[in-house]
Design a protein. Structure first.
Length: 109
């Protein structure tokens, strides 16, 4: 199952990218690695794509996270997507939702 969130943080694109990375890699969720990061210049402004693999120890599951940051709408927009294929059906949504909440909280600080 895929879980998404669309946020409009009051940050610069680089500040937002750093907070997302710090939350995923050092926020206490489990272990995380950066798979890729790239920026594409468009007529509407830069688009930054961050790809992570996170491992949630409690359910022994890997959750890929994609973060897309852009200013196409005239202000910073962050789209988050987490894929959760956990085999633990009774707590299936927990890891993905927890990861999204962790990133959202990091953007509020």
């Amino acid at each position: 199952m895929n879980y998404t969130a669309e946020l409009y943080p009051e940050l610069t694109l680089e500040e937002c990218a750093k907070r997302v990375s710090d939350a995923v890699l050092h926020g206490g969720f489990g272990s995380g690695t950066v798979v890729d990061r790239y920026t594409v210049e468009t007529a509407e402004g830069p688009v930054c794509i961050l790809l992570f693999d996170t491992y949630y120890t409690f359910t022994q599951s890997t959750l890929p996270l994609c973060a897309v940051l852009d200013t196409v709408t005239g202000r910073l927009r962050l789209h988050l997507s987490v894929k959760d294929d956990s085999e633990y059906h009774s707590i299936r949504t927990y890891p993905a939702k927890k990861l999204l909440q962790l990133v959202e909280k990091a953007l509020e600080e």
